[in-house]
Structures are given as structure tokens and as C-alpha cells.
Design a binder for this molecule. Structure first.
Ligand code: FAD
Length: 303
């Protein structure tokens, strides 16, 4: 478009020059205005079409984004696709970090964290996987949004930013929607052929219908068996269930993860009770955990 604009301008100037030479300068005076307007219009259009990608979200201000699509995942969870202001825009949340949604209720602002499951490869939109708690302040607000309505966001935040080489092996333990930061890291590792990180995921849920995005995870495991393995465990399994049953135990972690060495990092995300139980078990197994808020350099990092 930009080169077409330039070509158009050159042709028009050439025609004016020829015409001026033949008919004298008065015709040129009449043409100059419309030609300039036409050129300005085309220049403006080309700027819009060729607008560079820009990251949109900032931690210091709230942004309103429009819900453009809701994709049901199971009985209480959906993927919510929000539109960015322009189709070339990217969200700007690094892999591993999250954003916050703000909802005003009774004059007070409730702020909750959500990890995008899309990456900055997606232009013009981003996806959140959100479980709707009927009594939940923010999740029920999002669950009640109609396509075309808006929500308020800010970010990014969070201590962990995934980069290639973080660790040779990553063991992940996720519970329920705790899968979201894991999914964004798994996707980043698997789509990069130069990233040889080995990932072992233990995904804990109550019922089989609670396992979020199982098809996607199984597909990753089938296509990238050299890099990624997933193991499911249910606390309330049906008779035919072929994965593990009960809660995540030391023996399950020992079976699924490599022994603790400097090349192994463990990531945890799930309900607070599960995360603190896992930390205790991991200490017993010899993985170093630190108290308080996790730091990216910790062997065991809880989101
Ligand atoms: C770093 C981070 C990333 C997160 N990413 C996601 C994500 O991608 N998708 C997502 O759905 N959630 C995610 N969460 C959880 C999310 O931030 C909210 O805590 C959740 O949506 C509930 O908020 P609420 O305002 O709806 O519920 P609240 O008003 O806080 O709670 C209402 C009811 O819901 C119950 N409840 C709240 N949270 C949980 C929970 N996690 N497990 C079990 N019961 C709960 C409470 O016990 C209470 O009964 C993330 C949390 C963190 C810290």
C-alpha cells in the first residue's frame, strides 16, 4: 500500500508537470488541491494498514477490552477471548506472568489474577481460561459477560517469566485452573524446536469432567513425546478411570519426576491447600523449597 501511494503520487506529479507544460499553470492550480487530498487520504490508509504491532497492556492503568467470543470448555469453565483495540496489537504479558481483572462491587474494587493461555503470537486478541465460581466475585462477573461487553484489565505481574534455558527439566504439579501458567510454558517450549526443555506434568482434579483442555494436553504429549509427558490424577474417579486416584503423594512425584538435581525445577499452581501440601512433600523428597513468596531462581516455584 505504501509503495502504491508513492507510485500514485509520482504518476500524478508527472501528469501535472506534462499538463502544465502543455496548457500553462492554471490547470495545475485547480488540480493541486484534490491531488494533495487524494495523496493524504492514501497515505493515511497505508499508515493504518501497516501499523506496527504494539503491546497494549500496562501495569499502571486499567484497560477496557471487549469480550469477542466465549468457548465453553466444560460445565463451569470457558475460554474467554477478548479483543485488543487494533487487529495488529499484542497483549504484552510475558510467558509465566499474569494479568488482573478489576470488578467494582458496592464501591469497592475486587482484583483477581488470570494467566493468559494465548501468547504474544496472537494478534488482536487474547484468551483466558476461567472457572466460574457461582459465589465468586470476579469469576461470576466474567461468567455473566455477554459478547460485546467489556471488562477492566491491568498487568502484567508475577515473579516468573519463562525463558529458554530456565532448567533442563521442569516438573509441574497443577490443580484445576492452576493449569493455565503451565499451559503457557508448555506451549512456548513445544513450539520452539531449539528449546530442549523436558517437561513432566502431574495434573490433579476432582472428576474426569474437571480436567481442563485434556485434548490439547494429550495432543501435545502424542506429538512431542520426547519433550512432554502428562499424568492425570483424580480424587473422585469413576470405575473405568485408568490414571491415578486420590491425592498427589510422594511416591507419585518420585515415579513421575527426575531426582532432585540442579537441572530440575518444580512449578506449582493450584488451590492454596494443595500447594502447601506439595511443598512439604517436595522438601521430604529432597527438593529445596524456600518459605514466603517464590522467587524465579527457587528450585520449587509456586505461582
Ligand atoms: C497467579 C494466579 C493466576 C490465576 N490464574 C487463573 C486462571 O487462569 N483462571 C482461573 O479461573 N483462575 C485463576 N486464578 C484464580 C483467580 O485469581 C480467582 O482466585 C478465582 O477466579 C476466584 O475469584 P472470585 O473473585 O471469583 O472468587 P472469590 O470471591 O475470591 O471467592 C468466592 C468463592 O470461591 C471459592 N474460591 C475462590 N478461588 C478458589 C480457588 N482457586 N479454588 C477453589 N475455590 C475457590 C472461595 O472459597 C469462595 O467460596 C489465578 C490465581 C492466581 C493467584
Amino acid at each position: 500500500m505504501a509503495s502504491a501511494t508513492r507510485l500514485c503520487l509520482v504518476i500524478l506529479l508527472f501528469l501535472i508537470a506534462i499538463d502544465t507544460a502543455i496548457r500553462g499553470p492554471s490547470w495545475a492550480r485547480y488540480c493541486a488541491g484534490p491531488i494533495f487530498l487524494l495523496w493524504s487520504f492514501m497515505f493515511y490508509i497505508s499508515k493504518i494498514v501497516h501499523r506496527k504491532s504494539r503491546t497494549v497492556i500496562r501495569p499502571d492503568i486499567f484497560h477496557e477490552f471487549v469480550l469477542m467470543e466465549r468457548m465453553k470448555v466444560n460445565y463451569n469453565t470457558a475460554i474467554y477471548r477478548f479483543a485488543l483495540p487494533h487487529e495488529n496489537d499484542i497483549l504484552g504479558v510475558p510467558i509465566g506472568q499474569h494479568l488482573s481483572i478489576a470488578v467494582e462491587i458496592g464501591g469497592k474494587i475486587a482484583l483477581k489474577s488470570y494467566t493468559p493461555i494465548s501468547s504474544d503470537d496472537s494478534h488482536g486478541y487474547f484468551d483466558l481460561l476461567i472457572k466460574n465460581y457461582p459465589q465468586g466475585t470476579v469469576s461470576s462477573f466474567i461468567g455473566g459477560l455477554e459478547v460485546g461487553q467489556t471488562a477492566c484489565f491491568r498487568g502484567p505481574s508475577g515473579a516468573m517469566i519463562y525463558r529458554k534455558g530456565l532448567s533442563k527439566t521442569i516438573g509441574m504439579i497443577a490443580g484445576g485452573t492452576g493449569i493455565t501458567p503451565m499451559l503457557s510454558i508448555i506451549t512456548a517450549v513445544l513450539k520452539d524446536p531449539s528449546d530442549s526443555t523436558n517437561i513432566r506434568l502431574i495434573f490433579a482434579n476432582r472428576n474426569q469432567s474437571d480436567i481442563l483442555l485434556q485434548d490439547r494436553l494429550d495432543d501435545f504429549a502424542a506429538k512431542h513425546s520426547n519433550k512432554f509427558k502428562v499424568h492425570y490424577i483424580l480424587s473422585n474417579a469413576d470405575e473405568g478411570w485408568r490414571g491415578s486416584r486420590g491425592h498427589v503423594t510422594a511416591s507419585l512425584i518420585r515415579d513421575q519426576f527426575p531426582l532432585p538435581t540442579k537441572d530440575v525445577k518444580i512449578l506449582l499452581c493450584g488451590p492454596p491447600g494443595m500447594v502447601s501440601d506439595m511443598k512439604k512433600i517436595l522438601v521430604d523428597l529432597g527438593y529445596c523449597t524456600s518459605s514466603g513468596r517464590s522467587k524465579p531462581q527457587d528450585t520449587v516455584f509456586a505461582f
